[in-house]
Design a protein around this ligand. Structure first.
Ligand SMILES: Nc1ncnc2c1ncn2[C@@H]1O[C@H](COP(=O)(O)OP(=O)(O)O)[C@@H](O)[C@H]1O
Ligand SMILES: CC(=O)N[C@@H](CCC(=O)OP(=O)(O)O)C(=O)O
Length: 296
């Protein structure tokens, strides 16, 4: 046997304990707009997801598409603004976000997974009442007066109730659910939900083994740019307060904390631009990225 063949066999054997540990468990993977990158990266992502399903793990994909929504808004001449990593969403923006997320990106991911040999089903929070949204109430402390101010983000929602029955149905039919972060409220209106928030809520409700947040950085970095391998909820609060964690990383880490509090075993922020980052996370002892675990 050649050395290359031996190395392949050794790699497969190394994966065995992890395959045994995770068989039948659910992994929620948040695939961010920035992580979608180029064709090769998107194909590698789809292949990883198909491989996980093939070896008996249940991947659930929740995708974003912030940059793509931004590009469409710009083409249509509709301005948008972010506050603490969340897009202020008027009725027109909500309509465009749904079009881009549910109509465009969702179907592209489903198609790619199927091209790589998997079976996928595209959903949003609206399908099978997977998620019912409520308007997100956000406050911010005024640095001068220290008074909490209410910020109106318009049709930005957060999951209020989650019914995972449709995910179980898809799983039992051998399908990989691909979920867009859009949901209806009790008022029947469409709400735009940050994709990290959506993924975290679903991971918590499913009691997932892992929530993986794929993004465009290696993980959470300290002020000198060094990767932080593990963070507690207290660390996250402190680093947000001192500005180390900012922008889109704020909802990402809030999500990690709420997911593990709700029953997900651990959440990881990792670099989706690195090919097969997901497999490296699952099938190696140390993993990659920044881990947030439930407090013991
Ligand atoms: N401490 C930090 N470590 C790493 N990235 C950070 C940090 N604070 C803020 N960020 C920013 O958060 C971004 C990831 O969030 P976001 O752009 O919303 O990604 P995505 O579109 O993948 O959800 C990074 O590209 C980086 O600019
Ligand atoms: C409320 C809010 O901010 N919604 C996001 C939804 C998409 C998203 O979260 O995409 P990424 O994961 O690629 O950033 C938005 O409108 O951009």
């Amino acid at each position: 046997m050649t050395d290359a063949a031996q190395a392949k066999a050794a790699t497969l054997m190394e994966a065995l304990p992890y395959l045994q540990r995770y068989a039948g468990r659910t992994f929620v993977v948040k695939y961010g707009g920035h992580a979608m990158g180029d064709e090769d990266a998107a194909t590698a992502f789809a292949r990883d997801v198909v491989l996980l399903k093939q070896v008996g793990i249940d991947p659930v994909v929740v995708h974003g598409g912030g940059p793509q929504i931004g590009a469409m808004l710009e083409r249509l001449g509709h301005e948008s603004e972010f506050i603490d990593g969340l897009r202020v969403t008027d009725a027109t923006t909500a309509e465009i976000a749904e079009m881009v997320l549910s109509g465009g990106i969702n179907k592209a991911i489903v198609a790619r997974i199927q091209q790589e040999g998997g079976k996928a089903v595209g959903l949003s929070g609206k399908d099978g009442r997977l998620v019912q949204a409520r308007k997100l109430e956000r406050t911010r402390r005024d640095p001068d007066s220290a008074i909490e101010q209410v910020i109106d983000l318009g049709f930005v929602g957060e999951p209020e109730t989650i019914d995972t029955a449709i995910i179980a149905t898809a799983r039992d039919a051998g399908m990989i659910p691909v979920i867009a972060p859009v949901a209806a409220g009790a008022d029947g209106k469409t709400y735009n939900i940050n994709a990290d928030t959506m993924a975290g809520a679903i991971a918590g409700a499913l009691g997932a083994a892992r929530l993986l947040l794929l993004t465009d950085v290696a993980g959470v970095q300290d002020k000198s740019g060094t990767l932080i391998p593990e963070l507690s909820a207290d660390d996250i609060a402190r680093l947000t307060e001192d500005g180390t964690i900012s922008g889109g990383m704020i909802p990402k880490l809030e999500t990690c904390v709420s997911a593990v509090e709700a029953g997900c075993e651990a959440a990881v922020v990792l670099d989706g631009r690195v090919q097969h980052a997901m497999l490296l996370e699952f099938f190696t002892e140390t993993g990659v990225g920044t881990l947030v675990r439930a407090e013991r």
